[in-house]
Design a protein around this ligand. Structure first.
Ligand code: NAP
Length: 314
């Protein structure tokens, strides 16, 4: 009998599953919580898990795999995986950075334009025949030349800033340390950044360290012309404070790809006219998802062949 070393965990699509099947015999578990239910004799042979999704993957889900050495995450954000618990068990974690930067940055800019130019309302007006019947879209707001703040000048934040520079925007940013930039303005704290800009783009990592990083104080500092764009994780913003500010007109709007409790997001969002909402689709193109799958698999192959991991996290 062929030894099964790989456990596939999460909502991989057929193409992604077929890629694993073609390379390694594997066993499937829908979520980390289902791993313990895999037959004991198969679990004993598993040394690597490929993981996709946002279900928490903690130590309790690692423990039934006594030979586990690798969790290869599909995605750059690995906040669902308890990396400290993995490290404590000698388990390496990998992710898929860089290959998705362009798509996520493209979506951020697209959402910002859609929000500020009322493109969703414009589509509905045109499609419904109201424009043909004589109703014009109300004038909206110019984005080019505006002032934007990037909160988290990492890989994706940088791609967003580079794109917005081409929109002739005045770029400000906040990170824990100053970066080499073409003269962009650094802010040592997010409140100072929010005070200085009208557009505020969140590109932080998720996880407990950045929970509520964009606090009520930051949101209030942005002010009534402020538009928040978030492509990071729902957890990085005090979502309740943002909803209050959106409902009360304390900020002008938001363009959001990520939320708390996805996909069952807070229904207060549904009633808001000043938001553009996307179903966490930042990296969701055929091209990028294929690149992410290949990078994930190359980490698994490196691990099984005893080579250095391509994109290790711990
Ligand atoms: P990255 O290069 O690691 O950049 C992350 C940024 O977060 C950096 O600016 C970093 O600050 C900041 N940061 C990290 N830990 C922090 C802490 N404890 N306190 C304050 N700031 C902290 O990551 P990336 O590749 O750009 O990805 C960023 C995130 O985007 C991912 O983690 C993921 O959650 C999200 N994402 C979303 C989608 C989507 O579909 N919407 C797709 C891909 C990724 P420094 O600059 O100071 O180091």
């Amino acid at each position: 009998m062929t030894e099964v070393k790989l456990l596939v965990c999460g909502a991989f699509n057929d193409e992604e599953r077929a890629r694993f099947d073609a390379n390694y015999p594997n066993i499937y578990a829908e979520t980390p919580d289902d791993i313990a239910a895999v037959a004991e004799d198969i679990r004993a042979g598993i040394t690597a898990v490929v993981f996709k999704g946002h279900a928490p993957f903690g130590g309790a889900a690692m423990d039934p795999l006594s030979g586990l050495g690798l969790i290869a995450n599909f995605g750059v954000g690995y906040d669902a995986i308890d990396v400290a618990a993995a490290s404590a068990r000698g388990v390496k974690v990998t992710n898929t950075p860089n290959v998705l930067n362009d798509d996520v940055a493209d979506l951020a800019v697209g959402m910002m334009l859609a929000q500020t130019r009322n493109m969703v309302e414009g589509d509905a007006l045109t499609r419904s025949g109201q424009w043909a019947a004589g109703t014009n879209l109300p004038l909206n707001r110019k984005m080019s030349g505006g002032t934007v703040g990037i909160c988290g000048m990492g890989r994706i934040g940088r791609e967003i800033a580079d794109r917005l520079a081409a929109f002739k925007m005045d770029i400000h940013y906040h990170s824990r340390s100053e970066k080499e930039t073409p003269g962009w303005t650094y802010h040592a704290d997010p409140v100072s950044l929010a005070k200085a800009v009208d557009w505020f783009v969140v590109a932080l990592v998720g996880g407990s360290e950045t929970e509520g990083y964009v606090s009520a104080e930051v949101i209030n500092a942005l002010g009534e012309k402020g538009i928040i764009c978030n492509i990071s994780r729902g957890s990085t913003i005090d979502e309740g404070a943002m909803l209050d500010a959106l409902e009360q007109g304390k900020i002008a709007g938001a363009a959001l790809d990520v939320f708390l409790n996805e996909p069952k997001i807070d229904e207060r969002f549904y009633a808001l006219k000043n938001v553009v909402l996307q179903p966490h689709q930042g990296s969701g193109t055929h091209e990028t998802r294929r690149d992410m799958a290949e990078l994930q698999l190359s980490n698994v192959t490196a691990y099984f062949e005893g080579r250095d991991l391509v994109t290790p996290v711990n």
